[in-house]
Each structure stands twice: as C-alpha cells, then as structure tokens.
Design a protein around this ligand. Structure first.
Ligand code: NAG
Ligand code: NAG
Length: 483
C-alpha cells in the first residue's frame, strides 16, 4: 500500500518536477505536426518500413550504410501505372498523420496514388550514427539527402508494379527546398512537385524574418496591439538598468533566476524567449489566431503592465504550468544542444554548415529592433560551442554561399514545380513569392496564410484564397499525371 502510494506520488509529481525549469528552442527548426484530427480509433492504413541506404552517395569507396525509415499507405493505389506521391521529410520525425489527411492525401485519393513519407537522414529514427559529433555529421547535408530520395525512388521503380508510375513530390519548409532542388538535380526521377513555403535562399543574417512577424501582428491584430508589444519590450530594456527593474523583469517573465546582465549571449537567449514566442505564434497561425492573441493583449488576461503582458503571453502560449519557470541561462541553452542525438542538434548543424537562417533583430522600426542581442554573433557562437571552434562567422557565411551557388538562390530554374507561400509566413522572405519560377512552375502567394498552410487538411477558418491555392495545386498535378 505504501509502495503504491509512493508510486502514485512519483507519477503524480514527476511531470511537475520535469516541467519546472524549461528551455526554449528557436523556431529556426520547424516541426510539422500532424494535420487536423486524424481519427485514432480507425485502424491505420499507414505502415512503416526501412530501406538500407548508403551513408555516402558520392564516394564509391565508402560502402557504409544506414537504415532509413519510411512510411507508406496504399489504400488508394490503383495498381500498375498509378502514380506515387512522396511526402518529403525534413528536420523532424515522420508521423503517420501526414498519410491520413492533408493536401497530398487528397491528391493520392483523387489520382489513385500510392503514398510514401520518407524520413530525412539524421532525424527521427533514420540515424547513420548514434553520436552526432562534428565528425559523424559530415554526411548530413542536403546533397546527400537528395541522393537518398533518388536512391529511394530508384529502388521502388525497379519493382514491376511501379515501373510505369509517375512520381510527384510534396514538401514543406526545408523539405520544400528539397522538392525544388530535387527537380533541378534529378528531373528524370520525378515528373513534378509541390513546394510549400520553401526558404530557398540561404541567408545568415535573416532580419527579414522578424520584419514579417511584426507585419503579421500589425495586419492581423492592429496598431494598438503593436503599440502594447512595443511598450512592453521597451519597458523590459529599461528595467535592465536598475536592480529593482531587474527583479521586476525576472518576475514578469517568470525566469528561474536572475539573468547575467553582463553576458550578451545570455541576453540574446532572453531576447529569443521573447521574439521566438511571437514568431512561433505567427509561424503556426491560422486566420483568427493572432487576432485572439491581440484581443488578450488589450485586456488584463496576460497581465497588467505591458511587460507583464508579454511575460504572461509567453507563459500562456508555451503552456508553462503554474509552478514552472524559464531557465534562461546561456550554459543551459548550450547543454540543450550538447546531446548525443537530437533533431535540434542535427538542424543546428545544418544552419551552421548550409543555411544560416538566423532570425536577427531588424532595424526597420519593428517592435523587435531593440532586441539587438539577437545578432549573428549570438547564433554563430552556438556553432562554435557545440560543434567546432572553426565554425565561426566566416565559415558560416562561406557555407551559405555554397548552397546558393549550387542551387541558384532565388533563381532555381525548375519545371513542373508548384511554389506556394503565405504572406504572414516569416519564411516567405527567403522564397520566390512575387513571380512564377517558370512557365511550368507557377507561384501562389496567399494573403493571411502562414507556414506550409496548404499541406494541411481543409479547416473552417481557411480563407477562400487558401483553399483556392490548394485546389490549384491539385488541378495542376492531375494535369501532369494525365498528360
Ligand atoms: C559522443 O561523443 C562525445 C565526443 O567524443 C563524447 O564526449 C560523448 O561521451 C559521446 N556520447 C555518447 C553517448 O557516446
Ligand atoms: C523547362 O521546360 C522548357 C519547355 O519545355 C524547356 O525549354 C526548358 O529547358 C526546361 N527547363 C529545365 C530547367 O529543365
């Protein structure tokens, strides 16, 4: 009985203990959560399998392999000659839900397609190595990941049932880049693709990101909302100047302890707690989401003073529980990435060695301008701390240049690739959103739409233009398949 009670208390208490000190991760890494409410009770048509994959596609002398995970759903498959749809995995774990709902699911249903979902190397359970040292991460890059896809398609096309199947790719965020770049590099392996919210320009000092976050709150929430946020951030910076102000700041933001106000990187991390929270809201917003947040800013729901309101909003939007606090300590932040294996560590490596994408403070009059600690130096210091001293700013800039040189930056030259963006998606600033990619590759840029909106299933809050973009993509894909 006592034992049971101890067990009960341990189970009951542990989430609170775990939730007590929390760290935050920048929304540089996107985690595509499952579309909509997939019915958990119906038996799933989605199955999981593994394929043996070369670790290095470009060195015939290296014969090492790893197991790459993929999922598939054949419920709509019309037999030999019917198409293959591949949802391209990015910097996250693949999950069944994406083969049970969403725009690609609809495409498969409408065209009797076979659905696959491929996991990106070094993410989820597709792990070439069990310790992500800089040395072991050498084979983590988009060139290898695209070659994985090519290998995958070749293997399946070798089966008689798929011999005459046309291949369509669908991908969101970084995986949208992969769709575009795959069509460039391996045009013989896929007849078309849908690229949702692809930030195809590698950029280290990505000030444009927070500019769009600002614009999104302005257009969806209005001037008053922006004014409150601006005041809250301004008061926060003023509070840093006195002991009393500092204690007030720490209380308002529910920090676990005092900040090291002499450490610019720790202040960078604290600035991130603020900007990354607004960013996350925008990145996942559907029409109405930001309006609701702004309505709550206009009452005492989050707090009374502007600074308390921001602190309360962060706690609320990130679901910090009653006893919880934010562990804003630079060393804790580094330790979060200093683990043997994690999606976060793998993606940070790709930002250091390929994309940058660092969401730095703008200087164009946004509410985030004064968070000047969000600098390239702050983001790049993590590259040095967790991977290699040699990963300094010059290294990261050179790495991003390579990607733009290889794939053509904002002039990717592709055929049969549908390019979709949302105006309130901060990532659209690194994509081609104001012109078609080519005659056969139209661009759809949709007002009020956010990151990867078109991949989702239809939602009642969607605007007509959002639905139209999804349907336009499906019509064009059907045309390619039938021509
Ligand atoms: C991973 O490698 C690092 C650096 O060599 C080492 O310190 C660490 O103990 C290793 N971790 C695991 C889980 O093997
Ligand atoms: C795209 O298609 C056009 C028309 O068929 C062709 O002229 C062009 O070379 C193609 N571009 C690429 C990059 O394949």
């Amino acid at each position: 009985m006592v034992l049971l009670w101890i067990l009960f208390m341990a189970l009951y208490m542990s989430p609170a203990i775990l939730a007590q000190r929390r760290v935050v991760e920048p929304p540089i890494r996107v985690d595509l959560s499952s579309p909509g409410d997939v019915q958990p009770l119906t038996t799933s048509n989605v199955k999981t399998d593994w394929i043996t994959m070369p670790i290095d596609h470009f060195d015939p002398q290296n014969t090492d392999t790893y197991q790459m995970r993929f999922m598939f759903n054949d419920e709509f498959f019309g037999g030999p000659g019917s198409p293959i749809f591949i949802l391209v995995g990015g910097e996250w774990d693949i999950v069944e839900g994406w083969l049970q709902a969403g725009n690609m699911f609809e495409l498969a249903r409408e065209n009797q397609g076979y659905q696959f979902y491929t996991e990106h190397r070094y993410y989820g359970r597709s792990l070439p190595y069990s310790n992500f040292t800089a040395e072991n991460l050498r084979f983590l890059n988009v060139d290898q990941a695209l070659a994985d896809l090519a290998y995958f398609i070749n293997e399946f096309k070798a089966q008689p049932v798929f011999q005459n199947s046309k291949v369509i790719l669908y991908g969101g965020s970084y995986a949208a880049n992969m769709v575009l770049w795959f069509k460039q590099r391996y045009p013989h392996l896929a007849i078309g693709g849908v690229a949702s919210s692809g930030p195809i320009l590698a950029k280290v000092d990505f000030t444009g990101y927070l500019e769009v976050v600002h614009e999104a709150f302005l257009s969806e929430g209005g001037e008053q909302c922006i004014a409150t946020i601006r005041q809250g951030i301004s008061d926060t910076i003023t509070a840093m100047n006195t002991e009393e102000g500092r204690r007030n700041l720490e209380r308002s933001y529910r920090l676990c302890g005092p900040l090291d106000y002499e450490n610019n990187y720790e202040l960078g991390y604290f600035s991130g707690l603020i900007s990354w929270s607004f960013s996350s809201s925008v990145q996942t917003a559907r029409p109405g989401t930001l309006r609701t947040i702004c309505d709550d800013f206009s009452t005492d729901f989050y707090g009374v003073t502007p600074m308390e309101k921001i602190g309360g909003y962060i706690a609320h939007s990130r679901r910090l529980d009653e006893t919880g606090c934010w562990d804003i300590n630079y060393q804790t932040y580094i330790d979060f990435y200093q683990v043997a294996v994690s999606n976060s560590r793998a993606w940070y490596y790709q930002t250091c060695t390929e994309y940058g994408y660092y969401q730095t403070a703008p200087s164009t009059g946004t509410v985030f301008d004064r968070l000047r600690w969000l600098s390239v130096a702050f983001y790049v210091d993590m590259c040095k701390q967790i991977f290699d001293e040699r990963f300094d700013e010059a290294f990261v800039y050179t790495a991003a240049e390579r990607v733009n040189r290889v794939f053509g930056g904002l002039e990717p030259r592709v055929n049969n690739t549908i390019n979709i963006h949302g105006i309130i998606d901060p990532w659209h600033a690194l994509g081609v959103y104001d012109t078609d990619l080519s005659e056969t590759s139209p661009t759809h840029t949709v007002p009020r739409a956010s990151h990867c909106f078109d991949m989702q299933r239809w939602l009642p809050t969607d605007t007509i233009r959002m639905t139209n973009a999804q349907q336009a993509a499906r019509r064009l894909v059907a045309m390619w398949l039938n021509s």
